[in-house]
Design a protein around this ligand. Structure first.
Ligand SMILES: Cc1cc2nc3c(=O)[nH]c(=O)nc-3n(C[C@H](O)[C@H](O)[C@H](O)COP(=O)(O)OP(=O)(O)OC[C@H]3O[C@@H](n4cnc5c(N)ncnc54)[C@H](O)[C@@H]3O)c2cc1C
Length: 425
């Protein structure tokens, strides 16, 4: 039987116009979809995928799906609102994701890191090559560009709040998205879901993906007089210390016509996940971006990694749907998206989490961190790894020197022998 004929809300009519009637209780128990060995063929229609959330993860997923010929819907509750974000991206992202250069507000070339005792280390601009800088942009500008790009590839943008996901009973019946558009409640049936909404994801709850711990980021945009702004022209300041942020750092980022002052603490504001959720794929639902927890803990950096997750998952679905006409399965998503993601980035996340535990564990460790950053070699390696998102090729002799001086700093600050628990992976 054709899959579309089994649908409660037919695929041929994307939005059910009917008011939502009270239905039998939905999915109280978690369900496991059976894994199908061979791809179930769809007849007379393409695979239909809904992407929830129009941030970098969702927009890149929608673009990849639509470019691959999948019928794609991109749900975004507030297309023109900016989420709180520093807007720092790695240099390699500009080429890799074809980000137009005019979207970049500032090209930062100077960085200061300030320790709890006010020891200040300048990341000298000679640690950057002449053509290198740290690009800064506004998220409202980036997100609106990415959403338009997804639409141009053929995705249908739905400015709507997703309120609930109905889980199907079989591996070929559709998921049903409940959403609210202009105060009217509607539904849409879809073969698969890419969830890229946010840390408080409703879809993650619907598929019982488990929880993660979050820290909370605050950010304030402050407009400075021109002479003060001049000082911040191409500068980023990072403050480490228990007084400004117990687990992370506080920063002053130079933005378009203002500075963004931010800190990360453990009370309330915008949540940043500290690690991935226990479940990242269930049935034909994949979680990505902040909804799954792809943020580097030591820096709060997420844009590059969430964009990669969105694109990788979109491309995996295109590949696995055999020319857009076959149903995909949980196994396909795990093999083609999750395993590929883990192969590429798991070790980076583990390594940076280890550094976070060592260097943000106490104010003494933060002193050691700032001391270590005084080395030009460390600065070069840090910039290379951040800007290009691959382990920088170092010099063996300099590497040995770097390890020894790091150990020296940790010993001077009395970390070694006391906080070595943190070094366990
Ligand atoms: C203060 C702060 C500063 C940061 N600074 C940086 C930085 O400088 N560089 C960096 O790389 N990372 C930074 N991050 C992390 C980065 O912002 C996130 O990792 C990234 O935005 C996650 O992208 P995403 O696409 O997964 O989700 P988001 O960017 O959060 O996008 C989710 C989208 O889903 C929409 N949505 C949510 N719920 C629904 C719903 N129910 N229905 C429909 N739409 C919905 C939202 O409106 C939103 O547009 C920062 C985070 C914070 C909080």
């Amino acid at each position: 039987m054709a899959a579309s004929s089994q649908l409660k809300y037919p695929l041929k009519t994307p939005f059910s116009q009917r008011p939502i009637e009270k239905q039998e209780p939905r999915f109280v128990k978690p369900r496991r979809l059976s894994v199908i060995a061979a791809h179930h063929r769809l007849h007379d229609r393409k695979l239909r995928v809904a992407v929830i959330g129009g941030g970098p993860a969702g927009s890149f997923a929608a673009e990849a799906l639509a470019s691959g010929g999948i019928e794609t819907f991109l749900f975004e509750r507030s297309p023109s609102t900016a989420i709180p974000c520093g807007g720092v991206i790695p240099l390699c992202m500009i080429d890799e994701f074809s980000i137009p250069i005019h979207l970049i507000d500032r090209h930062v070339t100077k960085m200061k890191i300030i320790s709890p005792s006010n020891l200040t280390v300048d990341f000298r601009s000679k640690s950057l090559r002449t053509y290198e800088s740290i690009p800064m942009l506004r998220r409202e500008v980036l997100d609106s560009f990415l959403q338009t790009q997804a639409e141009s590839a053929g995705a249908r943008m739905i400015p709507s709040l997703v309120t609930h996901l109905e889980i199907p009973f079989s591996s070929s019946s559709p998921y049903v998205i409940h959403h609210t558009i202009n105060n009217s409640r509607q539904t849409l049936a879809d073969d698969a879901i890419i969830d890229a909404d946010e840390a408080n994801s409703k879809v993650a709850k619907s598929i019982k993906a488990g929880n993660y711990t979050c820290t909370i980021a605050f950010q304030e945009r402050i407009k400075l007089p021109d002479d003060k702004m001049e000082y911040y022209q191409n500068l980023v300041e990072m403050y480490v210390g228990n007084d400004v942020s117990p687990d992370f750092y506080a920063q002053v980022f130079t933005k378009y016509d203002h500075v963004a002052v931010g800190t990360v603490i453990k009370v309330e504001a915008h949540p940043i996940p500290e690690h991935p959720r226990p479940t990242r794929v269930r049935g034909r639902v994949s979680l990505m971006g902040d909804a799954v927890g792809y943020v580097i803990k030591c820096s709060g950096e997420g844009i590059y990694f969430v964009a990669k997750s969105g694109r990788m998952c979109g491309e995996a679905i295109v590949r696995e749907s055999d020319g857009r006409e076959s149903m995909i399965s949980e196994d396909d998503l795990k093999r083609e998206y999750l395993m590929e993601w883990d192969k590429k980035y798991l070790s980076t996340f583990r390594f940076l989490n280890l550094l976070q535990r060592v260097f943000y564990g106490s104010d003494e460790a933060r002193e050691a961190l700032v001391e270590v950053c005084g080395s030009e070699y460390v600065q070069r390696m840090t910039f290379d790894s951040y800007l290009y998102k691959k382990l920088a090729q170092g010099d063996r002799f300099e590497d040995v020197k770097m390890v020894l001086s790091t150990l020296g700093s940790l010993m001077r600050c009395k970390i070694i022998g006391r906080d070595m628990e943190a070094l366990k992976l």
